[in-house]
Structure formats: structure tokens, C-alpha cells
Design a protein around this ligand. Sequence first.
Ligand code: NAG
Length: 431
Amino acid sequence: WCQSVGLVLSNKVCVSKEGTVAEYGMLARDDIEEGEVLFTIPRSALLHQGTTKVSVLLEKERSSLDGSSGWVPLLLALFYEYTSPQSHWKPYLSLWTNFKTLDHPMFWSKEERDRLLRGTGIPEAVDTDLANIQKEYTDVVLPFIKKHPDLWDPNTHTMELYTLLVAFVMAYSFQEPQEEDDEEEEEEDEEEDEKAPNPPMMVPMADMLNHVSNHNANLEFTPDSLKMVCVRPIHKGEEVFNTYGQMANWQLLHMYGFTESYHSNSNDTADIPHHQLLQNIQSDMERQLVEEKWEMLCQIMQEKATFVFGKQGCLTDTELHTALKVLCMSKEEFSEFKDDEGWEEDEEDDEKISLAFCNDGVPGLKTSWRRLIHEAARLTVRSYSKEGEAVDSDQTLIENQARLSSRQQRALQVRWGQKSILYRLMELTKS
Ligand SMILES: *[C@@H]1O[C@H](CO)[C@@H](O)[C@H](O)[C@H]1NC(C)=O
């Protein structure tokens, strides 16, 4: 099939199910140098709304296919191609018999998700996904396929299959990066002119590669083709790894169904919900003042609801800096601050803030700020366990992982990775 669609694979690599970290993967059969092209996929071999057999119809009806995800056209194309015996992509799609290998948390029972992933942010994300999938299928997809019984059949193209395909797209699709538009005036247009992201597409062969944060290959997009290029030397016998982006373990599990080991994932993060910072303050300050401060902070931080901490320090340092500053103001300082409407006056430079909130800087923060962070981290750690439960049995579990099921292991990697970051933060903010 690869030959017939013009996909060219270097003879230095092969696809394998053995010697890889999960299911399929790509192995080096020879030493590979930085810059070498591992395979080239012509654009005509990609599967998306513009290449599928039903592309003309999808284009014509585009206005009625606006789901919240922006994925409806690709999902309809997959619905069609996956169940059509004549599909141009039949051999490619047959690699996923019934999508049995997908084990995203969306396929776990709600009880299992809530039990194993409590506190990680995943149960809430999955509940939202499932509600959106159901709504999109019922409101957009079903009415559309009923109008075209020659191409789709509601008995075959069910919500169950739709859900599997959503997971398939989450785990295996690619998005072409936005082209940077140099002509536009950068700053001014930034906010208003945000373009919708490119729709996802399926990229045969590229999607065989597994991910690690410390990857050795990268997909490049050119006008005629997509190329997987080696980005650092790979030795014979080693696995070739792509990157799906800088991903924390909770994101990997949510979107792809797998995790990296918590200590090797250099991009792991833990979130502290904003309100945890407030929890502590409420008791010893006037309620009204705190509420006013909180209202202002909510406006400043807009829709973002958490502070994000990576392994090297806080990744949302400006927001955290602002929040600490405002929360620790006296009544007088706060009213002066409100009157000044802002930051302009004593805007501190970003670089200084980012240094102050990396792991090396945190122990040097003001005592009052450290105390707030410490308390917020402690409360967040607490939120992984049910009330009355022991706070940490995960440490023991980590040492006895082999006995756990695959789901338990993956959930543990997410929980323990996040908690390790929070414990570290507590250590750094100790008084
Ligand atoms: C993510 O991981 C890569 C590779 O290890 C590293 O270079 C990068 O700095 C990390 N990014 C963050 C935000 O931790």
C-alpha cells in the first residue's frame, strides 16, 4: 500500500510491534544521523476532509458541519472510509481492528476514572469530552448522515463508533502548524485576528511513531509532502520517537491513553487551582476585601483557572506573581492599586519574575508569599484523596508497580508525577 500511494520509507528504519514501548513503533535498523529523512509521505496519501471520497459533499455542506470540536468533517470522512470496502485507505485503517487497542480514560467506567484519577484534572476533562461528543453526534452528525443514506447509515455509523473515532483522532491525528503571517502588525492584531487552528488529519506511517519528551525525530511539513526527519543521532536497534508536543502525563493519558514514566517525562506538570490560594487567606482577613481582590484577580486571569508548575518551576509565573501581590496587599495598598488601574506604573520585567518563580528562586520569595504557595500546594495534594483517606499510599505503590493493572499503573504515573512536583514545591516553600 505504501508503495502504491508513493510513501517512501528509508531502509534504515522499520515498523515493529516488538522492541517498542507500546504496540506499533519504529525501530532503527542502522545508525542514523541528524538531518536524515526517515520517510516521506506525499500529501495525496494523507486522509482528511479534502482527500476523502466524500470531500465534495463535505465542502458543499461545510456550513452545517460546525461542531464545537471542529473535527466533524474529518470524523464524517473517517466514518465513510473506515466502513467502505473500496476505501483508498483500507489497508491503513485495517491496522486498527475495531480500535481495540485504544484505552483512553474515556473508555474506563466513570467510577474507575473518579477513583484512579481523582485530583489529576482528567475526570473533569473526560466528562466534558463525553458530553460534547454526545451533543455533536446528536445535533450535527446524525441529522447530516440521515440526509445522505447513500453514504452513511445510522445503524453502522453509531455514536459508539463515533466515540471510538474521536479517540482515534485524539491519539493519531496531526495538525499542520499555522503559517506565520509576517505582514500583519504583530502586537495589534494578535488578539482579534486569532485564526482557527488547521483541522486535524491522518498521516499514515507518521502515526506509527511513539512519543517521548526527549524525542529524536520530528515531522516537517512541505508543500508537496510531509517528512519525518531525525533530530539527533539514533543508534541501530533504538526506537525512533516523535514528539506530540510538550505534554504532561495527564495530557498524554487524556489525549493518547498512555503515560511516560513520571521521572523521565521532563514536561510533566501539576496544576494548583486558583481558589486554593484563597482558601488560606479567607480566615484572617476581612471577607469583603478578599472578595474584592478575588473579583479583580478573576478578571485579570480571565478564563484560566489554575497555576501550572513544571519540574523546573512555575510555568504561569506572571499570573502567580500578580495573584500573590494582590492577595498580600493591605487595604490601603489595594485601594491605591485599584485607583491606579494597574500595572503600567511599576511593571516588573518578565525575566525577573520568571527567575523568581523557578525552583532556584522560590526559596527566596517573601515569607508571606511562600506561606500562601505552601498552603495551596498542601491543599492540592490533599485533594487527590477522599476525605478520611490516608494522604499518601502512592509512594508504596510506586515501589510495587508490577502488580498493578495497566490502568492502575498509568493512573499512578499521573498522580505520583503531579504529587512529586507539589511535594517539591512544599519543600521549597517551607518556613
Ligand atoms: C520539555 O522537554 C524538553 C525535552 O526534554 C525540554 O527541552 C524542555 O525544556 C521541556 N519544557 C518544559 C517547559 O519543561
